[in-house]
Design a binder for this molecule. Structure first.
Ligand SMILES: O=C(O)CCC(=O)C(=O)O
Length: 274
């Protein structure tokens, strides 16, 4: 059986595609009954009924000082930390099973995140990046990042797009801060060349997921449609890597100290100069 309470069996072709392309899509990951309670909590976060401190509720496109009503790309970091009742939900359990098939045992959830584009937000662009460009250097970088679609997602509402095989490039691409100053905005931007890069869209029906590698270049365009584009992200890393990140003071919170974020920025620059 493909799917059970805590299981989602991958085919050998899916495992091969993850390692070859740097990402895959998995259909029917959650059914309607499983999605409903998660969607309810999701919307309570977006409406700010579930409190999220500081910059962990922010607009990923713009400026930290913009009023909430003007946000284009609503971003909630670490919802399972701020609302622990989310921990152990069926999405987390099934994604853990898939991670074990992709990478092996001893992985855990490093962070979760909600990324939502309201209807008609053409400015809700998630700039091209490699996740590893945002993270500190650790000996083991392996990651499986899940993106669960709470809406049908396609190009018109700003689905995620991936650059096939970019995770196999020997070096990370250059990442520049969107606003020159990460205190003004957290966002980094990597270079993508549509003439050279093979870009594919992760078109997903509600309840399906994409899973990507930490070095796969990805991003998304704005939402020009009349419907929402809501994603629920879960990232799994090895327990050793998570411990190493925490020892550096890095938690994936946008409230992590400016010193820690600056040190990571320096590491990224040095890594790119090598
Ligand atoms: O939601 C998006 O458009 C991008 C999400 C993302 O960058 C990620 O899941 O790593």
């Amino acid at each position: 059986m493909r799917k059970a309470a805590d299981r989602y069996r991958l085919t050998p072709a899916e495992i091969e595609a993850f390692h070859r392309d740097g990402w895959i899509t998995l259909p029917d990951f959650l059914d309607a009954a499983e999605l409903a309670p998660l969607e309810d909590l999701y919307m309570r976060f977006l409406r700010r009924e579930l409190p999220v401190p500081g910059r962990d509720y922010c607009d990923m496109t713009g400026d930290y000082h913009k009023p909430v009503e003007a946000y284009d790309l609503l971003n909630v970091m670490l919802p399972r930390v701020y609302h622990p009742a989310l921990q152990g939900n069926v999405y987390e359990r099934r994604a853990a099973d898939v991670t074990a098939q992709l990478w092996g045992p001893d992985f855990a959830i490093d962070y979760d995140q909600l990324v939502a584009k309201p209807p008609g937000k053409s400015g809700a662009v998630f700039h091209w990046h490699q996740d590893l460009g945002y993270w500190p250097i650790t000996p083991d970088t392996r990651t499986a990042t899940f993106w669960l679609a709470l809406d049908d997602v396609a190009d018109d509402n700003g689905c995620v797009r991936f650059v096939d095989g970019s995770h196999r490039e020997p070096e990370l691409r250059e990442h520049l801060p969107l606003h020159g100053d990460r205190d003004h905005n957290h966002t980094l931007v990597a270079t993508v060349d549509p003439a050279r890069d093979r870009i594919r869209s992760a078109i997903l029906p509600r309840g399906s997921v994409s899973v990507h590698h930490e070095r796969t270049v990805h991003g998304s365009a704005g939402n020009t449609s009349a419907r929402w584009r809501r994603g629920y992200v879960l990232a799994f890393r090895s327990q050793t890597t998570i411990a190493a990140e925490r020892a550096m003071g890095f938690t994936h919170s946008h409230n992590d100290s400016a010193q820690v974020l600056t040190a990571i920025g320096e590491q990224t620059r040095k890594r790119q100069q090598r």
